[in-house]
Design a protein around this ligand. Structure first.
Ligand code: AMO
Length: 446
């Protein structure tokens, strides 16, 4: 038996982009780094070999020797370790390049790629692109979409941590759905009926008396039967829930603070990603709030439309509300508040001033709903009554109702669709563009 001890010390000594950037190029230092060959531009006597690694691309300059071995090594998607002198080069992305003295081949693909990933734009239809996502994600633009997604999640997480929220991980295989409707996946759980969680709703509320403030960023599942440009069957939900609120406006203010913080965080830490994606983050101090009923009437009046569905916003209405608030209030965001009881789930608190409506809201961003939230019922009897009113059986919610039975402070929270936020930030027309491996009615692969 051979034993080794893990020391926790650095064993990979190849330099990172940040470490390379920190070196004074006047020192003429010989450096070693690694990466995947992204692109080779043959200039005759020499070639630009661009390698892809953590943090972006690095330009290497290779003097051609015209050998068979060289042709094998200088091939796209080979994994290589490069050693050479680091020198200043203003025209290279990072302001430096490596004059290659040695290039070691670590791994090579078996087959040529179905398309070249080094082009700025992949000219391929979205459906085909998704089909070969393991390949197309290697493209810089595609890879940056999900770096932006990462940055947003990091920004949100930091803000929530700073505000005392505990991060939770709730089960995704559950006994009863929280969001109502038919869009719930059923499954057989060792002979018992079970579902895939549409949201962490009941669990985040359950944890209010435990931690007071909680958040979760995780996949949720919706059995949407129709293919639309804004629905996925699995998406990443950014959820938070907070206790001791005075009204749902406390939740709205927390979300406004979270988005502002996140955008500042992105400007500071993801500047290159934003630039490469051509992404302009909106700058704002406040977000207007308008009641559901008023928003509907404003749109009907301004755009001479008939109100067809008094209980919900049609996607076209959302778009027009976005347009109206951009034109009249110069805002990319708008909170629409006080949605009808009919369209809100059993946990939503009714508005005591007008019980046909709830103390809830949606956040629209550039004309699309990205968040739903509100104040929840905290009184046991009121919650049971509302369940019955909604045609539900309180017996099915025994463990959730322990929350109300054993006491919970006034509380509220929200859920935001991460892919929708990224979609609107990048002005993408289809949500599948902003889901790494999207799940829709026809797709289980890749
Ligand atoms: P809701 O069901 O409105 O509320 O969902 C919250 C947000 O999730 C996003 N979203 C979706 N994104 C992609 N594909 C889908 N099929 C999809 N469905 C919803 C939207 C939406 O605004 N429990 C409540 C939230 C709360 O009150 O805390 C809930 O899940 O951006």
């Amino acid at each position: 038996m051979q034993m080794v001890n893990a020391t926790g010390e650095r064993t990979i000594t190849d330099l990172s982009i940040d470490e390379l950037r920190a070196i004074d190029t006047n020192e003429k230092r010989t450096v070693t780094t690694h990466g995947i060959i992204h692109n080779v531009r043959d200039m005759g006597d020499f070639a630009f070999v661009i390698i892809r690694k953590i943090g972006g691309l690095v330009q290497c300059v290779y003097t051609m020797q015209d050998t068979e071995e060289e042709r094998r090594i200088l091939s796209e998607e080979n994994s290589v370790r490069v050693t050479g002198e680091l020198r200043a080069e203003e025209r290279a992305v990072n302001g430096f390049e490596i004059a290659v003295e040695n290039i070691e081949l670590l791994s090579e693909p078996k087959e040529e790629l179905p398309l070249s990933v080094s082009k700025r734009k992949l000219n391929i239809a979205l459906e085909n692109e998704i089909e070969i996502r393991p390949v197309t994600l290697r493209n810089e633009q595609r890879r940056n979409v999900f770096k932006l997604q990462e940055g947003i999640v990091r920004g949100f997480r930091r803000y929530l941590e700073d505000n005392g929220f505990t991060e939770i991980f709730s089960p995704k295989i559950i006994a009863a759905g929280a969001e109502g409707g038919a869009n719930i996946f059923k499954l057989d759980y060792f002979g018992k009926k079970a579902f895939l969680a549409q949201s962490p709703q009941t669990y985040k509320q359950t944890l209010i008396p435990v931690y007071e403030r909680v958040f979760e960023i995780a996949p949720v599942f919706r059995a949407e039967k129709h293919d639309t440009a804004r629905h996925l069957n699995e998406y990443v939900s950014v959820d938070f829930e907070m206790g001791f609120i005075n009204s749902f406006y406390d939740v709205i203010n927390m979300e406004t603070g979270m988005i502002k913080y996140c955008f500042d965080y992105l400007r500071e830490n993801y500047a290159l990603v934003l630039k490469k994606l051509n992404c302009e983050l909106p700058v704002f101090d406040t977000i207007p709030c308008v009641k559901f009923r008023d928003a509907k009437e404003m749109v009907a009046k301004k755009y001479s439309r008939k109100i067809k569905d008094p209980y919900d916003l049609e996607p076209e209405e959302e778009r027009l509300i976005g347009e109206l608030f951009k034109e009249d209030y110069n805002s990319d965001f708008v909170f629409v508040t006080h949605y009808p009881v009919k369209k809100r789930p059993f946990y939503a608190m009714d508005d005591p001033e007008d019980p046909k409506y709830t103390l809830s809201f949606d956040l629209l961003f550039r004309g699309m709903e990205i968040t739903t939230g509100g104040q929840r019922i905290h009184d046991y009897d009121e919650q049971v009554k509302k369940m019955i009113f909604k045609g539900l059986y309180p017996e099915d919610f025994e463990s959730y109702l322990m929350l109300h039975k054993y006491g919970v402070p006034p509380h509220g929270g929200l859920g935001m669709g991460l892919e929708r936020l990224v979609m609107k930030l990048l002005d993408e027309k289809n949500i599948r563009s902003t889901s790494m491996f999207p799940r829709d009615t026809t797709r289980l692969n890749p």
